[in-house]
Design a protein around this ligand. Structure first.
Ligand code: NAD
Length: 346
């Protein structure tokens, strides 16, 4: 027996996600996801919120990131395994699901490895549009792995960056990033050291992966007035910035309960003041106040960003063939005759 249409769940494979993104355009997708994230952050109080649920191992971490706005429910499954690239695997992979709160039935299942890179870039640049100096044209991009090109393009599209200065401990990663950013409207400069990369940069993005307390930036490297977009430190025991930088910065976070566990601020006292970025977006808190201030977005990635991205994809695939209907829900005509449905299939 064929399952009824209402039980078929649209599934966006990696292949279809790539077709969809090419159809719309990478920067356009980032802009549109950023608009969805901003709209959802502005209604922050309507969401169920909880720090994500991690399963740590010596090899990496596997996490679930759920949230709901009372009408839709979403979660992302995501891993973080910095050792993976040395085995030819991704550090971060993900998939996610959206469901209807009224019936509990899933309404979308999708790959989220690409979508995570797009939504992380959208979030970074959206926050940058509130906090970075308006005159910023140069960004240092430290860590030139899977997320890096998405970050550079997002800051170009949303914050007016025209130059990126790249640095990675692995020169092959920098060469890959520089090659991918050719002819994308950015002046791309490969740098031999982090000090060199941040020279003249008004925005510094750190996006490195290592499951340890690393010091990618030391205090003397960071001058007044810069915006730091720190996205690589996103796990207990995994940070990128020297503590003294944090003490000189005004720190902005997604969801403090999660960031205090996972973010750069795990190095600070538990009551160190931070500003929730949604409050800057709604005008309840101030963002950048002056040109000397160091602003720091201590990003760890929060479930509402994935919820926004999932809803964006659900709308974007409507009326297209960028998905397959997935037979993943048993849905007998008589809802109580699950066994009968099984027997009739023999
Ligand atoms: P990746 O493994 O593809 O790239 C990481 C790069 O960092 C590699 O090229 C590596 O050589 C480089 N690196 C490591 N140590 C370095 C150092 N000391 N200096 C300069 N470069 C260094 O990983 P990715 O997918 O690009 O993710 C990067 C990090 O971002 C991960 O830690 C991941 O967990 C995190 N992340 C955060 C968010 C968020 O929302 N905040 C989202 C996605 C990923």
């Amino acid at each position: 027996m064929k399952p009824s249409d209402k039980a078929l769940v649209p599934f966006v494979s990696v292949d279809n996600m790539m077709r969809l993104v090419h159809h719309i355009g990478v920067e356009q997708v980032i802009l549109q996801i950023a608009a969805q994230i901003e709209a959802d952050f502005k209604r922050w109080e309507s969401f169920d919120k909880t720090p994500r649920i991690p399963a740590h191992s010596p090899h990496g971490v596997i996490e679930l990131m759920p949230t709901s706005d009372g009408e839709s429910y979403g979660f992302k499954y995501v891993n973080g395994h910095p050792k993976n690239t040395s085995e030819g695997l991704q550090t971060v992979t993900a998939f996610g699901l959206l469901a209807d709160v009224y019936t509990g039935y899933p309404t979308l299942l999708t790959e989220m490895t690409l979508l995570t890179a797009l939504r992380t870039a959208a979030t970074s640049a959206l926050v940058g549009s509130y906090l970075a100096p308006k005159s910023a044209r140069v960004m240092a991009m430290i860590g030139n792995g899977a997320q890096s090109e998405f970050q550079c393009l997002a800051f170009k599209a949303m914050c007016g960056i025209d130059t990126v200065r790249l640095y990675d401990t692995d020169a092959k990663a920098t060469a890959k990033c520089a090659a991918n950013l050719q002819n994308k409207g950015l002046n791309v400069i490969a740098c031999p050291s982090p000090q060199d990369a941040i020279e003249g940069a008004q925005i510094i993005t750190t996006c490195t992966a290592d499951k340890k307390y690393a010091t990618i930036l030391t205090d003397n490297m960071v001058g007044p007035g810069v915006h730091i977009n720190a996205i690589g430190g996103d796990c207990p025991g995994k940070t990128e910035l020297h503590r003294d930088i944090l003490l000189r910065s005004d720190i902005f976070v997604e969801y403090p309960d999660q960031t205090r566990i996972e973010g750069e601020i795990q190095a600070l006292e538990p009551d160190h003041p931070v500003t929730e970025i949604w409050q800057v977006m709604t005008g309840q808190a101030s963002g950048r106040r002056d040109e000397k201030q160091i602003t720091l977005f201590d990003s760890v990635g929060f479930a509402i960003e994935d919820f926004s991205a999932l809803r964006y994809i659900k709308n974007a695939i409507e009326g297209t063939d960028f998905f397959e209907p997935l037979d993943m829900l048993a849905d007998p005509d008589d809802p109580r005759d699950l066994y009968g449905m099984l027997m009739r299939a023999s």
